[in-house]
Ligand binder design. Sequence first.
Ligand SMILES: Cc1cc2nc3c(=O)[nH]c(=O)nc-3n(C[C@H](O)[C@H](O)[C@H](O)COP(=O)(O)O)c2cc1C
Length: 355
Amino acid sequence: MLYPLARAALFRLEPETAHALSLAAIARAGAVAPVRAALGARFRAPDAEPVEAFGLRFPNRVGLAAGYDKDGEGWRGLAALGFGHIEIGTVTPEPQPGNPRPRVFRLVDRRSVVNRMGFPGQGAARVATRLAGERPWGVVLGVNIGKQKTTPLEAAAGDYERLIEVFAPLADYLAVNISSPNTPGLRRLQDPVFLGALLGRLAAKRAELADATGRRTPILVKLAPDLDPDQLRGAVDAIVGAGLDGIIATNTTIARDAVAGHPLAAEEGGLSGAALSELSTRVVAAIAGHLGGALPVIGVGGIMSAADARAKLEAGATLVQLYTGLVYEGPGLVRRVLEGLGPATRRPGSRSTGS
Ligand SMILES: Cc1cc2nc3c(=O)[nH]c(=O)nc-3n(C[C@H](O)[C@H](O)[C@H](O)COP(=O)(O)O)c2cc1C
């Protein structure tokens, strides 16, 4: 009802400017408890069933994907839009500017986006200051971590270790991003040559912190939709082998088949939204099939409706996330998806806790 009007105004602005304005408004609303409560009354799905996964209790199955709130500025307000979990980041060890603008493009007629942000952000220390304190409605807070652009791949493990040290005590779970197409070489960390060693070090760091603090923070790995079947199986085996806790599938795609011929298809970067939906669902199915229930999967990519979310769950996901759907469908999407999904179904590696 109201969102088409807001969307028309926002879509007249350059995408990143529109995003910054939206996030600032949500952050302001989230800082004032009565406003947050009013938003919650409107946007939260009251009957959503909680789900347990990775040893955490999620108030519902729909989360906000990484990249929307990179620096953790608006997550309390975003929780009021009804998300069961919010994944902030990608956070890098130090501040960095990202790629030159423009770096986000709307393919409006395809309800899709191409972005080549390149992890702009304020850096770990600044973000960490925003995470302590209350968690509205038990929202689960994930922190997605990534290496600094200037860190060579051979030294990437050190960046992730540092980030785990900062965020393990603050986050409910950590997501290791080795799948953004916009940091040169990053996706090579998904290759078996790097991945086994990298994940082994991250698991060791987590164990060291767990010994010191008594809390073992779940670590998930976020994968790209562009791996071939062998690479995908190798990556999944490495994640299971390292004793990590789950997989987020998928990040944006560098493929353009789904938008071939579109005037913006040639923009460099990762494609998200409706044009990614089928590909990411196929990847979720391949991962879940290979895992055979060994670990839970978070399905993400092109969820623009309850039917899209259901497709991810039917492919084997336990939870879902969305980003581009929020841009095109507005904040009411979260509740619509949850109401459209109905009661939770049992999934391997998860259990509905009832209410
Ligand atoms: C503008 C933009 C920025 C993004 N930034 C990040 C990021 O920093 N880290 C990350 O893991 N994923 C990032 N993503 C990918 C999303 O988290 C998600 O995996 C992808 O967009 C597919 O979901 P969607 O189709 O619902 O948007 C970004 C996506 C967009 C559109």
